[in-house]
Design a binder for this molecule. Sequence first.
Ligand SMILES: Cc1cc2nc3c(=O)[nH]c(=O)nc-3n(C[C@H](O)[C@H](O)[C@H](O)COP(=O)(O)O)c2cc1C
Length: 356
Amino acid sequence: MSGIDESNDLFESDMNKGLDKSWRLCVAPMMDWTDRHCRYFHRLLTRHTRLYTEMVTTGALIHGDRPRHLDFNAEEHPVALQLGGSEAADLAQCAKLAQDWGYDEVNLNCGCPSERVQRGAFGACLMNEASLVADGVKAMRDVVDIPVTVKNRIGIDRVESYEFVRDFVGTVAEAGCEVFIVHARNAWLQGLSPKENREIPPLRYELVYQLKREFPDLTIVINGGIQTEEDIALHLSHVDGVMVGRHAYHEPWAMSRWDSRFFGMADPLASREEAETQWLAYLERHVATQTGGHPNTWPQAMRHALGLWNGSAGARRWRQVWSDHKLKLEPPAKVAALATAARQETRRLLAESVSA
Ligand SMILES: Cc1cc2nc3c(=O)[nH]c(=O)nc-3n(C[C@H](O)[C@H](O)[C@H](O)COP(=O)(O)O)c2cc1C
């Protein structure tokens, strides 16, 4: 209940300031993770958090299988398409596709450090090319009405100065970008894997706060290493929004309180059981609509929900059953029953050992 009271306070102070809450909470774009199944699952847990696709390159959209990259479930709104690319004309073409497909936002990736992305001359290395990014943003804004936003780092390689990110944001904002999602660490373009680049360069949240102070009219969303509700609330006292990546993915139930705490709205689910029931219905629909109703299409979707019971007794057994290769051809309802039985058995044994 205290969550609801606090969020109402937050909500009222927003109303006074006329602030837009659209980016207050976001789940980060994550390759191989935030596909449409994952986003549907997250949407069950929070109705108001903004969701992002995995990065899709302009080349893949222009030359590849568009429905595969762009289709999403109607329930996913608000949902943003993240693009990887640097050619203004290509970005504009893809932004138009995003809008036509029904996305609420198009976001440009200026933060990914992977070598593959560097070879394509986009991602984090674009932070060295602010005017190229500005051209891309302008080209996109010329053809769409949905917001065009940028996700960037605070610096690249060993450039530690605040001025670097300030100048980048300033230049891109002049082209009309009003929302910046800032991963509060540098990207080191040589010698670190993408995974290491999410862990080793130090987090410097203060630089992101400083951006908000210097550009009060921009919407500044902070990202990187944020986990607890208390952390989120603290960041929201400095910036407009918080983007959470790995923690949301691995501990999804944490999101089930976000609507009340941070949006002043009712939470959509009362329990994990309810989440599981609704998710199971989705898996069954998914299986039914795949070729011939073949059941082995559900594990690809289910992998994103394996953290649902994390932190509660029996979670490991539940996960093990859902991940058991021998069960992959069984219908999801049958696997769900086995997983629940295993989870409840663990709880029963635990209760017995406590009372003994
Ligand atoms: C598996 C994985 C894939 C990612 N893929 C993308 C991506 O496609 N685009 C992007 O901008 N960032 C990507 N990221 C970075 C996240 O969006 C986020 O900036 C980063 O994980 C830091 O936030 P966190 O500490 O809350 O996870 C990825 C992160 C992970 C863990």
